[in-house]
Design a protein around this ligand. Structure first.
Ligand SMILES: Nc1ncnc2c1ncn2[C@@H]1O[C@H](COP(=O)(O)OP(=O)(O)OP(=O)(O)O)[C@@H](O)[C@H]1O
Ligand SMILES: [Mg+2]
Length: 506
């Protein structure tokens, strides 16, 4: 048996092996020692830097926090570190505190470039009152104008866009009792241009677009009076519209109609109308359409009489950088009246923006939009339709609301209106969350899916100064302070009224 020696057996080295056979290896000459190797760092600089004037010496070492973690854990410790910022295109709005860089907003560019998974150019802003929602929107619109965008303010409920319009040299149109501006929600808009010269198929296509917009509006107006607008009413109204415009008779040129004319035609139906709607008698027609007539009558004879019931007198200049319709004179009539006015303007605005030429870029602003949405399911559907169209007509639609649960106040829990309103959130790829109170944090997580850290940014960081917001751009997150220039300060200040009252009290 072979006894193993303890320890590791070492073989002979090469020199030993050669010596055992009577040879000697030549000795290795030691390499000459280079002077610089002796002390590669002859002048060490201390942690405070070099001493001496203007040499960058600091008396206290920089306070560096040191964390140790795996790269897998880093995403959990800083979940909101978003990596690179968004591309620097579009309106330069402020500072992104997550990437540390400038923050630019370019919804159309994001959509076209598929940046951060953005699939539409719509934006929705939420924020407690006075946090700077309108200010952010004004600055965005103003800066986008440099790139050729034109802005339409569809209902300026507080007349707060007037300073911006005046600064751009475009007086806003004021709508209210005793003022000359009239808006016909049943306006043809540009779709009515050159009707006589159109090929038959194109004329029919345009007529279908116009009629469906009108029916959507009338459904919204009737629905706002809590009157259902069923298929029977729709058949009757559709027939009246086709008769009054001359479409039924195959007229070359369609006549513009107004809501009083529609109302009148439903009040005194012709024999042909009764027949085409398949009623046995005029009385049956009148009985069946009474709720719809009464609801429309509110516009013709009620508190909004004289505003939306005559041909449009406002000439929209699409070459101008901005167009605004001031509605503050309607404020004493209550939220519902303002909501109805917004619905009419909505339809009119859609007429004005239909058939936009390619490359004609627009921003449509709906500030205080919740007033319109509260009118019911049809008002919400109308907004929904506009947001869906924005991809096709090159429009950036901006909706301003207070809190995400505004979407739930449009109807009963589980109703169709609430379902559509919740869906509106998904139709706006860019969500801007300005400061909110702590009580809103549940809504932020439930309706917008924010994680606790993002929630805290909205309720703490954003709530501690005006113009701060968490921007959700597709799947990208930015923590932005909007920065006002001296020009912006004058155009975005909405505290004048409070300041003036305060001065009076003092
Ligand atoms: N980026 C900003 N930086 C500093 N102050 C701002 C900024 N944006 C707006 N403000 C100031 O905050 C005040 C309120 O702004 P704004 O009217 O835009 O708020 P809001 O959220 O639209 O309010 P409301 O809900 O009442 O419409 C304004 O007077 C304005 O001067
Ligand atoms: Mg506002």
């Amino acid at each position: 048996m072979i006894r193993r020696r303890a320890g590791r057996q070492r073989g002979r080295g090469v020199a030993q092996l050669v010596a055992d056979f009577g040879h000697q290896l030549p000795p290795l000459a030691r390499p000459p020692m280079r002077p610089q190797d002796a002390d590669p760092f002859p002048f060490l600089v201390g942690r405070g830097g070099r001493t001496g004037q203007a040499a960058g010496w600091c008396p206290v070492p920089a306070p560096l926090a040191v964390y140790r973690m795996t790269s897998e854990q880093a995403g959990g410790v800083w979940p909101l570190i978003a990596g690179d910022g968004l591309p620097a295109t579009g309106a330069l709005l402020g500072i992104d505190y997550l990437s540390g860089g400038a923050f630019s907003v370019d919804p159309i560019g994001w959509t076209l470039g598929g940046i951060a998974g953005v699939t539409n150019p719509n934006m929705i802003l939420f924020g407690a009152p006075g946090r700077g929602k309108s200010g952010t929107v004004k600055m965005f619109a103003l800066r986008q104008m440099a790139y050729g965008y034109r802005t339409l303010i569809l209902g300026d409920v507080k007349d707060e866009y007037e300073p911006l319009c005046r600064a751009l040299g475009v007086p806003p149109h004021a709508v209210g009792h005793g003022l000359p501006a009239r808006i016909n929600p049943l306006d043809f808009g540009p779709l009515g241009n050159d009707w006589t010269g159109l090929p038959r198929a194109e004329a029919q296509r345009r007529a279908a677009m116009v009629f469906s917009r009108w029916l959507l509006l009338i459904r919204g107006l009737v629905g706002s009076q809590h009157v259902p607008f069923g298929p029977t009413a729709e058949t009757a109204v559709g027939q009246v519209i086709r008769d009054l415009t001359g479409y039924t008779a195959g007229a070359d040129r369609m006549r513009e109609i107004t809501i009083p004319q529609l109302w009148q035609a439903l009040r005194a139906p012709t024999a042909e109308l009764v027949d085409s709607c398949r009623y046995a008698t005029s009385q049956a027609f009148l009985d069946e359409t009474r709720p719809v007539r009464d609801a429309l009558g509110a516009l013709v004879t009620g508190h909004l009489a004289g505003l939306f019931d005559a041909p449009t007198t406002v000439a929209v200049d699409w070459r101008a950088p901005i167009q605004s319709l001031s509605l503050s004179r309607l404020d004493p009539l209550g939220d519902e009246a303002v909501g109805v006015a917004l619905t009419c303007l909505n339809s009119w605005g859609r007429a004005m923006t239909q058939l936009a030429e390619p490359g004609d870029l627009r921003i449509v602003i709906r500030d205080e939009c919740w007033k319109q949405m509260r009118l019911g399911a049809d008002a919400v559907k109308s907004l929904d339709a506009d947001l869906r169209l924005s991809r096709n007509d090159g429009c950036i639609q901006i909706v301003v609301a207070h809190k995400p649960s505004d979407m739930l106040t449009v109807g009963d829990a589980g109703s169709q209106a609430v379902a559509i309103a919740k869906d509106l959130l998904h139709l706006c790829a860019t969500k801007v969350l300005l400061g909110q109170d702590d009580q809103i944090s549940d809504e932020l997580s439930d309706l917008l899916g924010l994680n606790p850290m993002a929630e805290r940014i909205v309720t703490d960081w954003a709530a501690s100064a005006k113009g701060r917001a968490l921007w959700l751009v597709g799947n990208h997150v930015a923590k932005v302070q909007t920065v006002r220039t001296s020009i912006d300060v004058a155009l975005t200040d909405t505290n004048d009224a409070i300041a003036a009252n305060g001065a009076e009290v003092a």
